[in-house]
Design a protein around this ligand. Structure first.
Ligand code: LMR
Length: 396
């Protein structure tokens, strides 16, 4: 049977890291996958994570299964981090959370849940979006559609196009929005624009699904939740797929969450029972370790403070790299305006490079970025900046 199987194309992001590993050139630079690196090119384990792991190792007395929806302490910590402990959604218990294997796992559970309960829903995505988004929802059997988002001419948000498309969304459709640090463009709506987006999505009777994978990587933990909080109107429903890969550096622990916000606590509990059946028939129940680390840090005042500081350090490093990237490109006198680099937020910068230019960066200069032109700013360093910018100028 297997002889008839033809090869699948490599993944447009993770496939690049596979190719990068095979590249024998010593000067090679991987700015494709969204992974934070320090000045020395390392992806460190956060100190607060190490301390939480030490405590867990000492205190762990069993490896028995978690429940299908995972640890309740973790779920509570996730909701409090996203909405704030005093938010009406948290206090009223009209939200429930399932611990999921990464943000991707949370998205897939969301897609399975929607397909099972609302099979005729279409899932809407920004153009461009994270390349895996549509694949996840198509694999779950849902129809997908796109709304305009990025305006290449002004390197900013195409709000008019976005609102016009969202005005055609049917009641019961799912609108996938990037909570902050839009991947790949780095362009986020302003608070006023979020209000307009929420008015249309909720006004159409569509279900917003926030992909919230970068909280704290943009402007700050609170500042980055402006979109989420704008959508969290009294009685309004939504789904949130969140991830701790980036802000806790827990990439390989696969720790994420799917949070469902319903009209009231009873509706949320009933909906959770359906989410649980989706999980049970997929991976049964979640892995424990990553969630335990996150809950330990978020529920301990000292560790929480340490995490805030370490997160700020990562954010500041990324923003420092943005400034240096812009300055270095400007010093090359290309005749182009590079100010968009420091206006974008989060891990990524949308360089505007064409696929052939991206290929040339890889083939001639051993620099790997995603083919849509996305560069991982969090992977840049002062040491490699001149080489990167010279290579970009050469391919331009
Ligand atoms: C990315 O966009 O690079 C990350 O979210 C990693 C991934 O799984 O694609």
């Amino acid at each position: 049977m297997f002889e008839q199987v033809t090869a699948a194309p490599p993944d447009s992001i993770l496939g690049l890291t596979e190719a990068f590993k095979k590249d024998a050139r010593p000067e090679k630079l991987n700015l494709s996958v969204g992974v934070f690196k320090d000045d020395k090119g390392r992806t460190p384990v956060l100190k607060c994570v190490k301390e939480a792991e030490r405590r867990l190792l000492e205190g762990e007395s069993s490896k028995t299964y978690l429940s299908i929806e995972g640890s309740p302490e973790y779920g509570r910590a996730v909701r409090e981090l996203m909405f704030g402990a005093d938010h009406e959604i948290v206090r009223s218990n009209r939200a429930c959370t399932a611990q999921c294997p990464g943000g991707t796992g949370a998205l897939r559970v969301a897609a399975d849940f929607v397909k099972k309960l609302f099979p005729s829903a279409t899932a809407w995505f920004s153009t461009p979006t994270w390349p895996n988004h549509q694949g996840i929802f198509k694999s779950a059997g849902l129809a997908v559609a796109s709304y305009p988002y990025f305006d290449a001419a002004k390197n900013g948000l195409d709000l008019t196009g976005m609102i016009a498309a969202l005005n055609t969304v049917a009641a019961g459709d799912v609108v996938v929005l990037h909570g902050c640090c839009h991947n790949p463009s780095g362009v986020d709506p302003t608070p006023e624009q979020w209000t307009q987006i929420a008015d249309v999505v909720l006004g159409r009777g569509a279900l917003p699904l926030l992909d919230f994978a970068y909280q704290g990587f943009g402007r700050g933990l609170k500042e980055d939740s402006v979109g989420l909080l704008t959508l969290a109107r009294p009685g309004a429903e939504m789904l949130v797929a969140s991830s701790f890969s980036k802000n806790f550096g827990l990439y390989n622990e696969r720790v994420g969450a799917l949070t469902l916000v319903a009209k009231d606590a009873a509706v949320a509990e009933t909906a959770l029972s359906q989410i649980k059946t989706c999980i049970r028939t997929n991976y049964s129940n979640p892995p424990s370790h990553g969630g335990a680390v996150v809950a330990t840090v978020l529920n301990d005042a000292t560790l929480r403070q340490q995490w805030d500081a370490e997160l700020a350090e990562m954010r500041n490093r990324i923003n420092g790299m943005r400034t240096l990237f812009q300055k270095t490109m400007e010093s090359r006198k290309t005749g182009r305006d590079w100010s968009f680099i420091t206006q974008q937020t989060g891990m990524f910068s949308f360089s505007g490079l064409k696929p052939e230019q991206v290929d040339m960066l890889r083939d001639k200069f051993a620099i790997y970025i995603v083919r849509d032109g996305r560069i991982n700013v969090a992977g840049m360093s002062a040491e490699t900046m001149d080489r990167l910018c010279d290579a970009i100028v050469a391919v331009l």
